[in-house]
Design a protein around this ligand. Structure first.
Ligand SMILES: CCCCC/C=C\C/C=C\C/C=C\C/C=C\CCCC(=O)SCCNC(=O)CCNC(=O)[C@H](O)C(C)(C)COP(=O)(O)OP(=O)(O)OC[C@H]1O[C@@H](n2cnc3c(N)ncnc32)[C@H](O)[C@@H]1OP(=O)(O)O
Length: 201
């Protein structure tokens, strides 16, 4: 195959902001740089504190429309002996990229996510991730991320680019299993998260 640009049925380059895309703007009420973002849902595999085998990824607001995050690889996250499963690393990237929404105050879901695995990541490693928004075009939010081993300046282990697509709260309430939706809507902490995104539950 020639060319380095992925194309698809949406036309053009799938993961690069199209010509005319807007420069992302940090929301005026976005948390200050360094502020922990917390979990958007306690059962989230990526950030939920109640998800025992989850990643327990902890993200913080960064500069501009960016975030930083850490995730420590545990034995439950293995693919090969002593190494993180690639899909788990993609989840960590997805979660970090998704956390950029806290800076935009937009609710969006992953439409497309491309990952480059640069180095194996041993169990016990703390992966230092960072992600930032690269452009906004209509409902499409473009972003990129990287994860480094051991420290924010450590060797790069993973890189990713993604397109998230903005959705309304109904995306979850209409499509999620009713038991979990009811429990989430009954949880005052969930209401706080939704309010932070300026949408009515
Ligand atoms: C009650 C509980 C509430 C809980 C939530 C509350 C708050 C959450 C708040 C914050 C979250 C904070 C942090 C989040 C952290 C991590 C999150 C992890 C994220 C995930 O892990 S999330 C799971 C995986 N994800 C999915 O489960 C998506 C499944 N999928 C769909 O639900 C639809 O497929 C959808 C919605 C994507 C599109 O459907 P649609 O009908 O709305 O879109 P439509 O066709 O109108 O397209 C509109 C424009 O998007 C372009 N477009 C469409 N699809 C595209 C694609 N795939 N790639 C690139 N571009 C795409 C079109 O080309 C068009 O572009 P254009 O306007 O330029 O033509």
């Amino acid at each position: 195959m020639s060319g380095a640009t992925a194309t698809d049925s949406t036309g053009g380059s799938a993961l690069t902001p199209p010509p005319g895309a807007e420069t992302p703007v940090r929301h005026p009420d976005a948390p200050e740089p360094g502020t922990p973002l917390g979990s958007h849902y306690e059962q989230c595999f990526g950030c939920g504190e109640a998800q025992s085998h989850g990643l327990h990824l902890e993200a913080r607001a960064g500069e501009g429309v960016g975030v930083t995050a850490e995730f420590t690889v545990r034995p439950a996250h293995q693919g090969a002996p002593g190494l993180a499963h690639g899909g788990v690393l993609v989840s960590a990237l997805d979660e970090t990229l998704g956390s950029v929404q806290w800076l935009l105050r937009t609710i969006a879901v992953t439409g497309r996510l491309e990952t480059e695995f640069v180095r194996p990541v041993p169990v016990g490693t703390t992966l230092h991730l960072r992600a930032h928004c690269t452009g906004v075009s209509g409902r499409k939010i473009y972003s990129s991320a990287e994860g480094r081993i051991g420290s924010p300046d450590g060797p790069v282990a993973v890189r990713a680019r993604a397109v998230f697509v903005e959705v309304q709260l109904e995306h979850f309430t209409k499509n999620g299993r009713p038991e979990e939706i009811k429990a989430a809507l009954d949880n005052p902490d969930q209401h706080k998260v939704v309010r932070a995104f300026e949408v009515n539950p």
